[in-house]
Design a protein around this ligand. Structure first.
Ligand SMILES: [Zn+2]
Length: 378
């Protein structure tokens, strides 16, 4: 019955959900070992679960070149960011073991190709800058100079940081099907959810069957709010203000790349694999500093033909509470001047929280603010 219900959901990108988990093959210990960075480990785990379907491993030069040049895989299927594994030099064997930062083997990669790549070109194309102050560019420039490509078999998955929120694409799909959802909107976040984003997710939910709140829990910048604090804040918000039967909260295991527009496309494609038919794209999605224009992450969706991505982006403006409207609104729906709006800058919010003061209830739910305050105290 669930298989029938799952057919009602959006198809995974490329048509089928990839599964790259498998038994530990013989002779792993004798193989040359590549230690992965935290970003590469996140990618590996997402390859295992099918979150990066249709990819079956780290990209070869055909896919890489086409992705960097025009946001497509070699097959022509849309794909916005490289998923590559950097190595110092070509491995000697035709298989390598992929290990975590402690050297523990998690997977085997069948070496199909080793190729050199141009870091500044990748940076310019993917991050729209070659400025080393950009965290994604900085990480790219620090990588080894070759990419090793080939399919992976993952025999040991990463320990999830939040086991209660761990759901692979097959799990979210089964859950959506069980609930009878067909149209599901995904919400990406790497921040605590204040009233503004609560409003966007609820506006989106008004038009579909269910909402997947999908916070990114992979590596982020050190000045972002830590995932542990955010998860506590999501819990209290969900408990107090969302209908449980319409919402699923689950962890998105990706590492942030801060690639702005291209990452918005990449995030949307990944969420399609998790079973989302719609995806919320706010202003400056996955941006950092002022590298991207306010609407670039929305405009980039125009570079694809209608229905080519299949998942439908839902574009939103910044939201705020308007005292005259007496409700949450955006510039699209409220005619009143900025003085009527409850607006706090990020700096102002951090200042209040660090002083142990609650921001106005129109800005943040008090339960959420309390959690952030106690995190600041520690
Ligand atoms: Zn108003």
């Amino acid at each position: 019955m669930s298989a029938v219900a799952e057919k009602q959901l959006i198809q995974p990108h490329g048509g089928g959900l990839v599964d790259r988990t498998g038994e530990r093959p013989d002779g792993v210990d004798a193989l040359e070992t590549v230690r992965l960075t935290s970003r590469e480990l996140s990618d590996l785990d997402m390859l295992a679960s099918g979150a990066l379907s249709p990819l079956t491993g780290f990209m070869g030069s055909d896919d890489y070149e086409r992705v960097v040049e025009d946001m497509r895989l070699g097959s022509g299927l849309p794909w916005a960011l490289p998923v590559c594994l950097a190595v110092e030099s070509a491995p000697s064997g035709d298989r390598v073991a992929l290990a975590n930062e402690d050297g523990k083997a998690l997977a085997v990669l069948e070496v199909e190709e080793v190729f050199e790549y141009d870091k500044s070109r990748e940076a310019q194309q993917c991050f729209r800058t070659t400025d080393e102050a950009h965290p994604g560019v900085k990480r790219l420039y620090a990588q080894h100079d070759h990419y090793v490509a080939g399919p992976v078999t993952v025999f040991e998955r990463l320990e999830p940081a939040f086991p209660q929120l761990h759901r692979d694409p097959a799990d979210t799909r089964a859950l959506f099907a069980e609930r009878g959802w067909r149209r599901v909107v995904g919400f990406q976040t790497r921040n605590p959810i204040h009233r503004a984003h609560e409003y966007l997710t609820k506006c989106a939910l008004e038009t579909v069957d269910g909402l997947l709140i999908h916070p990114l829990v992979g590596e982020t910048k050190s000045d972002d709010v830590p995932a542990t604090t955010r998860v506590q804040a999501y819990d209290v918000l969900l408990e107090g203000y969302y209908p449980q039967e319409r919402v699923v909260v689950s962890a998105f295991p990706a590492a942030m790349r801060y690639a702005g527009p291209r990452e918005a496309i990449w995030h949307a494609i990944c969420r399609k694999n998790y079973g989302c038919s719609h995806f919320i794209v706010g202003r400056d999605h996955a941006g950092v500093g002022d590298y991207y224009g306010t609407y670039d992450a929305q405009l980039i969706f125009d570079e694809f033909e209608p229905h080519e991505l299949d998942i439908e982006p839902m574009f939103f403006e910044h939201a705020f509470f308007c005292r005259t409207c007496g409700q949450m609104a955006t510039a699209k729906t409220c005619p009143h001047p900025a003085d009527d709006h409850v607006f706090l800058s990020g700096t102002k919010v951090r200042e209040l929280l660090s002083e142990g003061k609650l921001p106005p209830a129109e800005f943040s739910r008090p339960e959420v603010a309390e959690i952030l305050i106690s995190a600041y105290r520690n």
